[in-house]
Design a protein around this ligand. Sequence first.
Ligand code: ATP
Length: 403
Amino acid sequence: MADVSNLEAAFERITVTDENDDLVASSTTATYHKSKGSLSTTVSLTGLAASSSAVNRQKLPLQKLAAANASRIVNASITKVTLPSQASQSRASADVPAHRRTLTDSVLYIQPSAAKQWSLPMFDIGKPLGKGKFGRVYLAKEKSTGFVCALKVLHKDEIAQGKVEKQVRREIEIQSHLAHPNVLRLFGHFHDNKRIILILEFAAKGELYKHLRREQRFPEWKAAQYIAQMAAALKYLHRKHVMHRDIKPENILVGIHGELKISDFGWSVHAPNNRRNTMCGTLDYLPPEMLRGAGKENFYNEKVDLWSLGVLAYEFLVGEAPFEDTQVMTYRKIARGEYTVPNFVSAEAKDLIKRLLVIDPEKRIPLEDVETHPWIVKYCQQGERAFDRASGGKFRSNLERES
Ligand SMILES: Nc1ncnc2c1ncn2[C@@H]1O[C@H](COP(=O)(O)OP(=O)(O)OP(=O)(O)O)[C@@H](O)[C@H]1O
């Protein structure tokens, strides 16, 4: 067992109250910092402890339940952590007032290698959050810590029938190693005879797709901030040699502060060591090189995500995808890069779309330049380009007033 006598524990507690000012939930951030030795490991996870099984009773609005939680899941170096001994655990927690010791090690040490330790009875299951092709997603609370999360329950027989074992494995392998404010966290997974269960970050505001359909199209300030967040997330993924390959509004969730979270890594690929010749994604978002090169190996790279980012920017601003048409026509338009941008879209936004929707992948604007593009800069002041940790994830109100 690792000696953690050099771990410092710091707890920060946030409370959420209902209309009557009764405590309904509290959020605890614990940061352990191993300061000695050459390897410095920081684990920082936030648990949202809901009082009196609030999740089960479903009395609370979900947003309230998740308030202050989602934005505080930061920097969890989950793969480097070793479990401390009982003795050192009590040493580490001795300095912390009893009422603050709500976060136990189980939540701190959620990690893929510890997956076998998890089981369904360890969770209170709340309301269904949605249904996908291969399973359902439920709001859940880890009993011992009160940590609120989303459990994605996949049925093994359905996965086998759908021949998506590889996709599920890939989703787990890739997503569990990612930690970015604009990427949905996968804290761990476990399985029983019939099911595979993924422990996911809870995205309180649901699917971006639904927001877009409701609003029809987004105002420029919002579209610019969303594209900046997506660019930040993609930059992070590409740095880790992960290309998503299926960027579209249906695969983006919205956190409690309105921040975007890329999810659905079923089609993503860890660039080295992988064949990349699978035809995937809906036609609307498919880049020309993927249409052209089906069946060949290594015919595209992470720049496919840049094309999809251009399609996304267009759809945010116009309310429909640029190449939307019959299948044959969509195919033809993508191959030729043929689209028109309505006049109500600003010249700056048009310029960015034009620089992303370039047939030659190598000539697409790099993500670094997306972040400094005049359209992005206009609506995203410093610190607002992606998820603004300092302000707890909230975008500044002056930008919201501009709409
Ligand atoms: N972490 C989460 N937080 C909040 N809601 C979620 C979360 N994950 C999924 N959901 C909701 O559950 C729905 C189903 O999710 P799931 O990932 O199973 O399927 P999907 O990706 O939407 O569809 P498909 O299986 O077709 O790819 C989502 O559309 C979303 O509304």
